[in-house]
Design a protein. Sequence first.
Length: 77
Amino acid sequence: AYGLDRVMARLQETAVCVIGVALLLSNLSLSLRAALALFCLMLLLFVLLTLRSRAYIYSTSAANASSSLGCTMLLPH
């Protein structure tokens, strides 16, 4: 929506300003898109690592509880 084909300024100074703003908005949107993608990737990695560590804690506590009751439980490796 901020392409250079949409510049409709009549004066040269105004056209230069409009082109500068269009380039600035284009660069900002690209930077924000990259930052959002990086943030989402880091959030996904954090959630996956948190869930994995919790699953390990729950599986070891379940194994300890079952061994104290005298039954054995096979856990996948």
